[in-house]
Write a protein that binds this ligand. Sequence first.
Ligand code: ADP
Ligand code: MG
Ligand code: MG
Length: 502
Amino acid sequence: NTHVVLVDLGMGHLTLTGEPEAAVKVGMAQAVPDDVMINADLIKDLADVAKDQVLLQGVLMRVQESPNSSEVVTYAPFTLFPSPVPKAVFLQALAVQTHYNTLVDKISQDQDFLKEALASTIAVDDFAARLFRIHEQILKEGRSQSIVLGLNRSDYMLDQKDGASSLRQMEINTFAASFGGLSSRLPDVHRHILKVAGQLKQSQNILDNNPAAGLAKGIAKAWELYGSDKAVVMFLVEEKQRNIFDHRFIENELWMRNIPTVRKQFDDVYNTGFLDQDKRLFVDGHEVAVVYFRNGYMPQTYTSEQTWDARLLMERSRAVKCPDISTHLAGTKKVQQVLARPGVLEKFFPDQPEVVEQIRATFAGLYTLDMGPEGDQTVAMALAAPDQFVLKPEREGGGNNFYGSEICQVLEGVKDSTERMAYILMDKIEPKPVKNYLLKRDAPLQITNCLSELGTFGAYVRQGKNMVMNECVGHLLRTKSSEHSDGGVAAGVAVLDNPLLI
Ligand code: ADP
Ligand code: MG
Ligand code: MG
C-alpha cells in the first residue's frame, strides 16, 4: 500500500533583472555576500539544492490542480536565503507574546468591551454581525466549558522609514493562524543552503524553531483537562486542503502523545454531529474533546444555514474550542483599532503599567471610521495622503486591504454613509527592502526586492480562572516582493522564510 509521490517542481528559469549593483547598495545586511547574491550559476545550483531540501524536510503543499490528493505535491514557496532581522526587535516580539495572549484572553471574557468595540462594525458588516450573534447566544445560554485554548499569531513588520527599526504589529490572528507546522522544518533548510553557499558561520546563526510542538502542547493540555482518553481532537478543515502538511506536523505531535486526531468539515458536523445530554459533542461517532478550527474565518465558508448551524452546535458544546467564538471576535481588526485608543489597554492591565507599555510599543497608528467628527477626520487624513495608510475591512486571509489610490476610490464611495464603519484605517508600515530570491513553483528565479513580516506564535490554556499555560511557542517569517502591497502565503504572494538575526 505504498503511495507514489510524484513531485512536481516546475521549471526554474534564471533571469537576473534590474541592476545587481544597485541591488547591493540597499545597505541592510544580507545573509550572503553580494558576489554570491549575483552569481547566476551559483544561485541556480543553490535553488536546485534548496528545492530538494524542502522536499526532504516535508515543507510541502498540495498542488492547486488536486488540492485533496497527495499523489502529486510540491514545495511550499520559500526564500532561497534567510532574511536579516535585527536581534533587538526579534526579542521584543518574543517577549511581548505572552502579554498578547493574556490580553486576547481578557478581551474574550469582557462582554461589555466586545459589544461596545464591535457595535459599529456589526451594524454594517453582515459576517461580523452573524459571528457576534453566536457570541451573544452563547453568553445567554452560559458557556458549557470552562477550559479555554488559545493558539494565536501576532504579526509584525519593521517600520524603517526614518532609519530606525521599530516593531509594529500588523494584526493578531486568533483563528486558524497557519504555518506553525511547515515553519518548524525550515531552519534546517536554510542552514543547509548557507553551508552549500560557503557560509558556515552564518548557518549557525539560524535559530531553532518548533511552533508545531508548542501548538500541539497547548492542544494536548486542553485535551488532558477535558479528561477522556477516547475523545479526539477534531481539526475542522476546509474543503480544499492544499495546506494539509502544515496541519499534519501538529497532528503528528499529538499522535506521538497518543492523542487521537480526526479531520472533519462543516458538512460532517452538520450531517453527523450532535450534543448529548451533557452537551458533549459527537461527530462521526467520535466524542470531540477539542475543536481546532483551521477553517471558518471567511464568509465564503458559510455557504448555507447548515454551515452556520454546525458552527453554533460546536460553540454550544462542551468541547474545547480553539478559538471559542469570543476569542475569535477578540482577534478582529476593529478590536485592534479600539485597543489603540488612549486608556483602553490600561483597563485590561490596571496594575501593570509596564505590560501596557510593552504592548503599546508595538502599536502602529490606528484610526476609527465610525460616524462622527473623529471618523470624518480619519477620512480627510486618508484622502490627503493615501500612500501613508492602509484601509482594512473586517476580513482575514490576505488580499482584502486597500492601498494608495484604491483607498481614495473606496472612501469616496462610502465616506458619507455608515458603510465606512466596515473599515479601519492604519498607518502604512514601511520596512527597507532586502534582496533575496523567492522560490515559487513555475516562477522565474530572479533577484527581488523583498519585505518581511515576522509572526510570533502564542499558546495558552485557561481553566476557569487559572491560566495553566501561557507561552510564546515559536516564530514565522514570511517574505514577499516589495511590488505587492498585501501579503499571505496562502494568497500566493508571500513565501516562508527564516530570520537571520543581525
Ligand atoms: P489578513 O488578516 O488578511 O492577513 P493583515 O492585516 O495581515 O490582514 O493584512 C494583510 C497583509 O497586508 C499583510 O500581510 C501585509 O503584507 C499588508 N499590510 C497589512 N497592514 C499593513 C500596514 N499597516 N502597513 C503595510 N502593510 C500592511
Ligand atoms: Mg489575519
Ligand atoms: Mg495577516
